[in-house]
Ligand binder design. Structure first.
Ligand SMILES: [Fe+2]
Length: 408
């Protein structure tokens, strides 16, 4: 998707004979989106990518997590920092929220994953902390805190955590995850007004060659999870080229767009998927009109559920809401949300004292259909969150914040 890239050896033209030094033909494979009418790449394998020797149906624990409507309707706060650690970045996912367009999970991974292919849609994996090596048929991406790793549907890959635990938010789309269309020229180049561009995207170093026979790959499709055993290791690509490949983008490379008075969340949009958007709230100057109210207005997005993941910055300043690093809030359609009572006065006072920036970072996902809640996340729910605005308004909790955070 992002732009043309080539790695390793490729022949001079598409679909011509391409041989190794011993005269053996490489096996050409097209990975293409939307039939043959959207972005694609051509990969050249040592062995046929079609050779499978076994297929076993597995229980898809994450995919079958029980989902329940957000009923009775409530704003929610989940403390992922209270969820258990362990497992890998694929089968160790703890489902949090989902609808027919997207599933959002949390992972605190410390072990290597199996080889994995998601054939139901693209994935965006956001690393809040820890580091990991992402290996794929296209090559290797080294990922660290703040990275979004976008994995196109069908990419065979695995995650190898580095030292420590990888805390990650995993977004599985039922379709493609791409930069917003409005950031791109008609031919796909990032325009000057876009908050990031090609130079900020990190493609795979590669290709990656591995030996092996009878290699299992976990394949998720719409019907569940299958273990397909391949006759040869899928990482046998000597070269590839095209527009379709996994890539990383670090949230610190997002250039915030600021206004004199408060800017709405679309200025923070980073990616779009089918019926959802992903936004990055990054450190930036507070709104700078002398009369500005430099934090969000109360708002009710009548067509959206809004999930916010608080990933960096000083959230101790949000005492009273209970939100901290690692927290996830859900502000659903049907509920008006906004700053805690007293926060506007506090931030205006802070401005007068010279605090003119916000240092907090958050990842937001707005879905255009309601999010259902998965069982695993319920154990991490803060039952008091829904009442935190009223508690502050009635003086039971005094907001100590000079900064309401980036949310909105
Ligand atoms: Fe909001």
């Amino acid at each position: 998707m992002p732009y043309y890239r080539v790695a390793g050896e490729i022949p001079r033209k598409r679909h011509v004979r391409f041989r190794d030094a011993a005269g053996n033909l490489y096996a050409e494979e097209l990975m293409g989106e939307e039939g043959f009418v959207s972005d694609s790449s051509l990969l050249y394998h040592v062995h046929p990518p079609t050779a499978i020797v076994k297929s076993e149906g597995l229980t898809d624990v994450a995919g079958q997590a029980r989902l329940a409507p957000n009923h009775p309707l409530l704003p929610r706060h989940f403390r992922t920092q209270d969820l258990p650690s362990g497992g890998d970045l694929v089968l160790g996912r703890q489902p949090m929220m989902a609808n027919d367009d997207v599933r959002i999970s949390f992972a605190a991974a410390d072990t290597a994953s199996d080889l994995y292919r998601n054939s139901a849609g693209d994935e965006a994996v956001y690393l809040r902390s820890g580091s990991a090596t992402f290996e794929s048929v296209y090559g290797t991406i080294t990922a660290g805190p703040g990275d979004y790793v976008i994995v196109p549907r069908g990419t065979i890959h695995r995650w190898l955590p580095g030292e420590g635990i990888v805390h990650a938010l995993v977004v599985e789309a039922r379709g493609h995850i791409r930069p917003p269309r409005r950031y791109l020229s008609q031919y796909g180049q990032f325009l000057e007004h876009a908050p990031y561009c090609e130079r900020d995207l990190r493609g795979p170093d590669g290709p990656l060659l591995a030996d092996g026979e009878d290699v299992p790959v976990m394949v998720r499709n719409r019907d569940g999870l299958t273990r397909l055993t391949y006759a040869y290791h899928p990482f046998d690509v000597v070269g590839w080229d095209g527009y379709l490949y996994p890539y990383a983008f670090n949230i610190a490379d997002f250039e915030p767009i600021v206004k004199r008075t408060h800017a709405p969340p679309p200025v923070h949009q980073t990616f779009e998927g089918p019926n959802f958007v992903i936004c990055s709230f990054c450190p930036r100057p507070l709104d700078f009109d002398p009369e500005a109210v430099p934090i969000p207005y109360n708002h009710h997005n009548v067509d959206s559920d809004e999930m916010m993941y608080y990933v960096a910055g000083d959230y101790s300043a949000r005492k009273g809401s209970g939100v901290g690093l690692g927290s996830i809030t859900l502000h659903p359609s049907g509920f008006t949300h906004g700053p805690q009572p007293g926060a506007v006065e506090a931030v205006i006072k802070g401005l007068a004292e010279g605090k003119t920036t916000t240092d907090e970072t958050a990842v937001m996902i707005d879905t255009f259909r309601p999010l259902l809640l998965a069982d695993p996340v319920r154990t991490a729910e803060d039952p008091e969150y829904a009442w935190s605005w009223a508690s502050a308004a009635r003086g039971k909790v005094s907001p100590q914040s000079a900064d309401q955070g980036p949310g909105f």
